[in-house]
Design a protein around this ligand. Structure first.
Ligand SMILES: C[S@@+](CC[C@H](N)C(=O)[O-])C[C@H]1O[C@@H](n2cnc3c(N)ncnc32)[C@H](O)[C@@H]1O
Length: 222
């Protein structure tokens, strides 16, 4: 599998789209290379096209506070933090303590380390203690907890704020007849259905790479 074969798009299309997207920042290119050389699941990294998309969306929202669930090597965190307000903060959570030493030098090199707060631990527990409000949330951790994360975080998202969730087409498995037979696909399908039926939000499931569910919170409750 090469870097253009991870999503649901025809490989040629994703490559063409990437070639017509602003160049990857040098720090991100370096981080991507190191992630491919030194980690076991480099395909977890957002990558050039999706990273550029997250960066652009963040610049459009100009958030004061971002929450990311699922740091991995920090690629998407650096992309999202680009659009933060001058005194804005991004909190990123990952349960894998082994990645911290790998990731921190890239946060430093990006010039954004003062704005990025990395918390190591189980996000299902950590989110409880976060105050918010968040203007933007990126959910990109264990698929089985997507709905839990969404329900936990929704009350802490500012009205007019955004929640983005990655991998919501799950390699196209969500439309297969046996979609409910493996736990991760079933969890993603449950998440997508929940968001689709929820009142007080606008949402679009964008078929970029492995699918990004984008949700705008209109009202206060859940
Ligand atoms: C797909 S990767 C994140 C990729 C990253 N957002 C990017 O685009 O470069 C998912 C990450 O979620 C983390 N994770 C899984 N379960 C978690 C949990 N319960 N709490 C916090 N992090 C978790 C994993 O350790 C992994 O690093």
């Amino acid at each position: 599998m090469n870097e253009f074969d991870q999503g649901i798009m025809k490989p040629g299309i994703e490559k063409y789209a990437t070639n017509h997207t602003s160049a990857e920042l040098p720090v991100l290119a370096k981080l991507s290379r190191a992630t491919h050389l030194r980690t076991h699941q480099p395909q977890m990294l957002s990558g050039h096209l999706q990273g550029a998309f997250l960066q652009l969306i963040s610049h459009m929202i100009k958030p004061a506070a971002i929450l990311e669930i699922g740091t991995f090597t920090g690629y998407s965190a650096i992309c999202l933090a680009q659009g933060l307000q001058e005194d804005g903060t991004l909190i990123t959570i990952d349960c894998n303590p082994e990645m911290e030493d790998f990731t921190r030098p890239y946060f430093k090199e990006s010039g954004l380390s003062k704005k990025i707060k990395l918390i190591t631990g189980d996000a299902t527990e950590i989110i409880e203690d976060l105050k918010g409000p968040f203007d933007m949330v990126f959910i990109d951790a264990d698929k089985e907890n997507y709905l839990n994360y969404f329900k936990q975080i929704f009350p802490k998202v500012s009205p007019g704020g955004y929640i983005l969730a990655d991998n919501t087409l799950w390699y196209g498995r969500v439309i297969e007849p046996n979609a409910g037979s493996d736990r991760e696909t079933a969890a993603i399908a449950r998440f997508n259905t929940y968001v689709q039926q929820l009142e007080g939000v606008d949402n679009v499931l964008l078929p970029l790479r492995d699918g990004i569910m984008m949700v705008r919170k209109i009202t206060k409750g859940i």
